[in-house]
Design a protein around this ligand. Structure first.
Ligand SMILES: *Cc1c(COP(=O)(O)O)cnc(C)c1O
Length: 421
């Protein structure tokens, strides 16, 4: 039996251009420190399953009810993935077919609501995601999104304002979850507010799904939530994909919404890889990983703040932090991101609450620890990282400093093998 890596040898002969880019990306991943909070290194078995024969198979429908023959093994794989998802997230139903995170959220809105219905969700510049009703998104045009914001003083969600917004706009769905918010969510408050106006509750746990799975962060289902969505490729460390988890009552609406409502054939290679990921998520090793992600995040945040960096909300409860680079270093987020790229430290420019600057030149950067932790980095390494980041951003023009740090980073990276390469 050949492994996907053996097949790369034939790729080298067949298509040297793609082969060269692939090797280049491998090298980039090995010799740099990945701090984009939504990225991770997946397990070698996930890479292998993604490149497996499940890629060849059409499986429209659900296990036991498919529109094509030959489903003996795909049914088994999808049942495994669904059952494991239910165990890991302690929920009644799981749909593992969404092709990615955006599709999974679209499936929820379109399956549970009517066009024009009101959804209460977090404002983009305060930490929400594009799929939470950004005006440029199709969902933002189809549904009436009302967006709540964070408290201007402490930066956390202003629950009194959320309640006022809910009472005023009577949403059908109250959505919490974020893409750039460094604090945990008070699910009991969201649930109370939603109950008061008779709305459904949804958490988009795309960023922290792996931390919930590993028991390091709280599970919205423990607070009576109706729906939780999560990507599978961020803190969960699986293939690129999305899942909708929900109560029994909503199961059939969600399933019909994913297929045939929104999608055609599921990617069975990704579903097989999700099954593999969710078995891993139940191990002690994964639980330790999830805890370490948070410890690393707190250590890195402290390291930066000890060096006078300004963090939105003044710290972190989760796997990420948002650094106000304008206030800290008088650099916009784009320059900060590009400067760190020079020393092989990968972050992303980030808008901050009520950012006066535009999205491509925002006032901050976002930093997260899931990928670095997957390579085995611990608290001491975060201290080292804080020192490099700070020094680099304090010398944005100094090529000599960049070269020195880059050399140190590359040497440091060699001690932390990338899983699967
Ligand atoms: C990443 C993310 C998504 C979308 O995921 P894609 O796979 O990029 O489509 C949705 N919601 C939140 C909160 C996210 O962070």
């Amino acid at each position: 039996m050949t492994s996907p890596n053996d097949n790369l040898n034939t790729l080298e002969q067949q298509d040297p251009d793609v082969y060269a880019a692939l090797r280049g990306e491998e090298d980039r991943q090995k010799t740099g420190i990945e701090l984009i909070p939504s990225e991770n290194y997946t397990f070698p078995e996930v890479l292998a399953t993604l490149g497996s024969v499940f890629t060849n198979k059409y499986s429209e429908g659900y296990p036991g009810r498919r529109y094509y023959g030959g489903q003996e093994f795909t049914d088994k794989i999808e049942d495994l993935a669904r059952d494991r998802a239910k165990t890991v997230f302690r929920c009644e139903h799981a749909n593992v077919q969404p092709l990615s995170g955006s599709a999974m959220n679209q499936a929820v809105y379109l399956g549970l609501l009517e066009p024009g219905d009101t959804i209460l969700a977090m404002d983009l510049s305060h930490g929400g995601h594009l799929t939470h009703g950004a005006p440029v998104s199709h969902m933002g045009k189809l549904f009436n999104f009302v967006r709540y914001v964070t408290d201007p003083v402490d930066g956390s969600i202003d629950y009194d304002q959320v309640r006022k917004d809910a009472l005023e706009h009577k949403p059908k769905l109250v959505l919490c979850g974020y893409t750039s918010y460094p604090r945990d969510i008070e699910y009991e408050k969201f649930k109370e507010i939603a109950d008061e106006v008779g709305a459904l509750t949804m958490t988009d746990a795309s960023h922290f799904g792996g931390l919930v799975a590993g028991g390091a962060m709280r599970n919205p289902f423990d607070f009576g939530f109706d729906v939780v969505t999560t990507t599978t490729h961020k803190s969960l460390r699986g293939p690129r994909g999305g899942m909708v988890l929900c109560t029994k009552d909503l199961a059939s609406k969600i399933d019909k919404s994913v297929f045939p409502g929104l999608q055609g054939g599921p990617h069975m290679n990704a579903i097989a890889a999700i099954a593999v990921t969710l078995k891993r998520a139940q191990t002690e090793e994964f639980k330790d990983y999830a805890k370490q992600v948070l410890k690393n995040s707190q250590t890195l945040a402290k390291g930066l703040m000890d060096r006078q960096a300004n963090l939105v909300t003044g710290g972190t409860d989760n796997h990420m932090m948002v650094v106000d680079t304008m206030k800290s270093y008088n650099l916009d987020g784009r320059v900060a991101e590009e400067t760190l790229d020079k020393v092989h430290i990968t972050t992303n420019k980030q808008i901050i609450p009520d950012d006066p600057n535009p999205p491509l030149r925002p006032s901050g950067i976002r930093i997260g620890t899931p990928a670095a932790t997957a390579r085995g980095m611990k608290e001491g390494d975060m201290e080292q990282l804080a020192s490099w980041i700070d020094r680099c951003l304090r010398s944005p023009e100094d090529e000599a400093v960049h070269e020195e740090i880059r050399g140190e980073v590359v040497k440091f990276c060699a001690e932390f093998p990338v899983p699967g390469i």
